[in-house]
Design a binder for this molecule. Structure first.
Ligand code: HGY
Ligand code: MN
Ligand code: MN
Length: 409
């Protein structure tokens, strides 16, 4: 398949490392949406889009597009530019830069495609600033951004509406971000797990993306003096929460490919010499089967409410949920064929991570291509993908885009 130009993985990696220096924190990488740091990253990406020959545009949600080609339904390629707290340099941005490298190489070799191709850098996929509004950028494109979420708040108490307005975007114009001209969606992403590296396979063709939900459990006991309250007369909310958290791994193990994680919790009042009166936990739970996902969520709620028999007050609140998604077989087969013709090994797999792709899959044929990341590590500074793996994924994407938009429009 010599029609696909070569791609320099080091070019991709240099830009990822440059983006990784743009952080809202000094001691680790966090690029939350609608912040000056995100705007700085967006402007840098925009300059690269223009250098590559793409026409830039921002939508009402702050998603950044780069377009090339004629009229007609659009092949969209993209991922997210926001990060979790303590992120690595590759989650999200690797997909944007692999897409950019693919388009830059094709434009340099063949000029614009017959049918339009757009690259998109999306906002707030992680929900690391607005935990109820994860996938906000892709939801805005798909007309699924719930206006009620505009009043959700970040840790500083700033609403999503305020943050958008301060960043120069008008929440009232969000409906303008909706697209109804998309033909298909491609996403390249690091695997964020160990399977490709462990199996020695170069690329992953994702068939199913797991469903995920977030549940808030608030456990209320009684705040008391840490020194004068006898151990058997306490209602220590953190002890209750701990008993719930220790049950979660067994709940996950009762469903295939399921996970449950209690990664975020707050203790009130939070002083060492006060028996914790209240604890709020955010539980992340996932399963690739929709029935399992629903049952798992129910079992977690039941386990939380069973603490009531010990005298604790328990309130559980579903916060966010995204169903599992089966991706497009024809696009998956195209990626597999392109990988084969380029001499790359590939395997079909499930994604345990959530992705914007699973929202697109509900409306247009969508495909997700994984590249390995070292040790399967992600959502941490150790996250790393080798230049040759970045280049390989970009070339397979370029081959698929060439077929669809340059060769057989
Ligand atoms: O949490 C996830 O799976 C994704 O990184 N947002
Ligand atoms: Mn992530
Ligand atoms: Mn991601």
């Amino acid at each position: 398949m010599d029609c696909v130009p070569s791609i320099d993985g080091a070019w991709i990696q240099r830009r990822l490392e440059e983006l990784a220096h743009i952080s809202a924190l000094t001691d680790r990488l966090w690029r939350p949406s609608y912040t000056p740091q995100e705007e700085q990253a967006r402007c840098l990406l925009e300059s690269w889009f223009v250098q590559a020959g793409l026409s830039p545009r921002r939508d009402a949600a702050g998603n950044l597009y780069g377009r090339t080609g004629g009229t007609g339904r659009v092949t969209l390629v993209g991922s997210h530019m926001d990060t979790v707290k303590g992120a690595g340099a590759y989650d999200g941005t690797a997909g944007i830069l692999c897409g950019l490298a693919a388009l830059q190489a094709l434009l340099a070799q063949y000029g614009p495609p017959h049918t339009p191709v757009e690259l998109v850098s999306m906002v707030e996929e992680e929900g690391s600033r607005f935990s109820d509004a994860s996938f906000w950028g892709s939801r805005s494109i798909l007309g699924q951004a719930d206006p009620a979420l505009l009043s959700c708040r970040d840790e500083e108490g700033i609403t999503l509406a305020r943050a958008m307005t301060d960043a120069g975007y008008s929440p009232s114009r969000l409906p303008e971000a909706r697209r109804d001209d998309l033909a298909r969606y491609f996403e390249v992403h690091i695997e964020q797990g160990p399977i490709l590296e462990h199996r020695g396979v170069q690329l992953g063709i994702v068939d199913t993306i797991t469903g995920l939900g977030t549940l808030e459990a608030e456990i209320t006991g009684r705040a008391d003096h840490a020194g004068t309250t006898p151990m058997d007369l306490r209602l220590d909310a953190l002890q209750g929460a701990a008993r719930l958290i220790l049950q979660l791994p067994d709940l996950a193990r009762s469903f295939r490919n399921a996970t449950v994680t209690a990664g975020s919790f707050q203790v009130f009042p939070g002083s060492a010499n006060v028996v914790p009166g209240r604890v709020s936990i955010l539980v992340d739970y996932r399963a690739p089967d929709p029935r399992d996902l629903e049952q798992l969520g129910r079992k977690i709620r039941q386990a939380a409410h069973s603490l009531e028999t010990e005298g604790f007050g328990v309130v559980t609140q579903p916060r966010m949920s995204v169903p599992p998604a089966r991706l497009d077989k024809a696009l998956g087969h195209l990626l597999e064929q392109c990988a084969q013709e380029l001499g790359c090994s590939s395997m079909h797999m499930i994604s345990g991570a959530g992705h914007d792709c699973q929202l697109f899959a509900g409306q247009v044929p969508s495909a997700l291509l994984f590249l390995p990341c070292r040790g399967g590590r992600s959502h941490c500074p150790e996250e790393y993908a080798a230049p040759e793996d970045l280049a390989r994924a970009a070339r397979v994407l370029a081959a698929a885009l060439y077929r669809l938009a340059w060769q057989h429009p």
